[in-house]
Design a binder for this molecule. Structure first.
Ligand SMILES: [Zn+2]
Length: 70
């Protein structure tokens, strides 16, 4: 089954321009969120993911600003 969204990282010349613009927009948005204090610590996410499927599943980690929003 072919995935039309798959990007060939071995041949970056084939990344569609629209994909690059979308990725840039996401990186810029992420940068703005981190700079304004909205981020989730790597350790928290790691601990949360590691708890999946265990008897002691952790709650979704909270934003560093203290709000439960994502
Ligand atoms: Zn926040």
């Amino acid at each position: 089954m072919a995935n039309p969204k798959k990007i060939d990282l071995e041949n970056p010349a084939l990344i569609p321009a629209g994909e690059v613009r979308r990725m840039l927009a996401e990186v810029r948005q992420a940068d703005r969120q981190v700079k304004s204090g909205h981020y989730i610590k790597h350790e928290d996410v790691k601990a949360w993911l590691s708890s999946w499927g265990t008897d002691r599943e952790l709650p979704v980690p909270k934003c560093a600003c203290g709000s439960p929003e994502f």
